[in-house]
Design a protein around this ligand. Structure first.
Ligand SMILES: [Mn+2]
Length: 411
């Protein structure tokens, strides 16, 4: 699988090319402690290896492709303290890359290729994954490329990220299976939250019931969990989760398990005491109708922006009917985010601008309505897979109708 991905990427590269993709670094938090390591998703996609301080290198010359993996040298003392670094044989077994280069020899190896294979030529096409979130961010890839261009200032460097995005935006069956596995653990965890929910429960306690099931199923959480009760549910990225969920409020729970680095991203909103009020039910059913309308509309050729416009149009009609658009109020006063984002190795997965949906895309459908003054925040989020003529709702097992939620919570 990883080899096939690398071959596809190699085919997209021009002749006379070198490509570098780094796995990322462990980062200190306080003192000598480290943040949990998050592997670079493009590196993982190409190698299947979830380790820091590695680099994938590919050379394409006269139609021939050669690739190698740079890893850290085994250190006996380090192994005694924090466990062994990955040994060359293990790295080869996981990735299928036969040629392993020790980190302290990488510049020699690169220079040999530059000199012998490319005669130091100036029109060599150098590629690296130069994705970054902030203007000043120096990712390990930037640090490496800075060093590279200081050694070879006559070369220019191209960003490989758009090519990798084109590959990653279409999910293979094996990837859909991993996302589905993450969704099924998320389902169990949401039911566990409902099992324990009651008026007066702490948002943190609800979150703990979610975490417990993830841990029992050897899953990590895909992203920081949101459990917002009442008015807190109207704050899109509320993450404190430290208030008491009062009687007659809804708990908006936006959460997901990750399985082998593939994310689920689900939102369910349920009444903490198990019973919706009439007003909550009215608003909830509008959001649910929007959710189901979008899921049945999805098909190849549409855009995520187009889907969101459908939600806005639908709300314009529905919110007017119940009087929410009087006194100059607009739909954007109650709904101001997009209905979808791609899902995969990242929760907000790679995306291309003006992209028209194709079979194999996986993305979220997550309309919401947020009535801050009434303390009602509702979002219903499912994960769908685009097929030839529509989509499959991968999270259809997770209950979401008023009737199903009330019946389950009454038990
Ligand atoms: Mn989402």
């Amino acid at each position: 699988m990883y080899k096939a991905r690398r071959e596809k990427l190699a085919a997209m590269l021009p002749e006379n090319a070198m490509l570098f993709v780094l796995s990322g670094k462990n980062v200190h938090s306080v003192g000598d402690e480290m943040y949990p390591f998050a592997v670079d998703r493009n590196f993982y996609y190409l190698t299947g290896i979830d380790r820091s301080d590695m680099m994938y290198m590919l050379v394409k010359k006269d139609g021939e492709v050669q690739d190698m993996l740079v890893i850290e040298r085994f250190d006996e003392m380090m192994a005694k303290w924090v466990g062994a670094k990955m040994l060359p044989a293990e790295a080869t077994e996981i990735s299928g890359i036969g040629q392993i280069v020790m980190d302290d020899e990488k510049w020699c190896t690169i220079h040999r290729m530059m000199a012998r294979q490319f005669d130091h030529e100036a029109n060599l096409n150098v590629y690296a994954d130069l994705t970054k979130q902030d203007i000043d961010q120096v990712t390990p890839a930037y640090a490496f490329i800075n060093e590279f261009t200081s050694k070879y200032p006559h070369l220019t460097v191209n960003n490989a990220a758009p090519m990798l995005t084109k590959l990653r935006i279409i999910k293979a069956d094996a990837e859909v299976e991993k996302i589905s596995k993450a969704i099924s653990v998320t389902n169990k965890a949401i039911l566990n939250m409902m099992d324990h929910s009651e008026a007066g429960i702490g948002e943190n306690v609800l979150e703990a019931h979610f975490d417990f099931v993830l841990k029992c199923n050897k899953c990590k959480r895909a992203f920081p969990t949101i459990v917002g009760s009442g008015k807190n549910g109207t704050v899109l990225h509320y993450g404190e989760n430290n208030q008491i969920a009062e009687d007659n409020t809804l708990a908006l729970c936006d959460l997901g398990a990750a399985y082998e680095n593939y994310s689920a991203d689900i939102t369910r909103t349920f009444p903490v005491n198990g019973k919706f009020t009439e007003r909550q039910k009215q608003i909830y059913n509008i959001v649910l109708e929007a959710n189901e309308m979008i899921i049945s509309a999805v098909k190849p050729g549409l855009t995520l922006r187009g889907l969101n416009n459908m939600v806005i149009e639908f709300y314009e009609k529905k919110l007017a009917e119940i009087g929410l658009l009087e006194n100059g109020k607009k739909v954007s006063d109650y709904y101001w985010h997009g209905v979808s984002h791609m899902l995969g190795l990242e929760t907000h997965d790679v995306q291309l601008s003006n992209y028209e949906l194709e079979p194999g895309n996986v993305f979220t459908v997550e309309p919401g309505l947020y009535l801050e003054e009434e303390g009602i925040g509702i979002r219903i989020e499912d994960d769908v897979l685009v097929t030839e003529d529509g989509c499959i709702n991968l999270s259809k097992e997770i209950i979401k109708t008023v009737e199903d939620i009330e019946a389950y919570m009454a038990k």
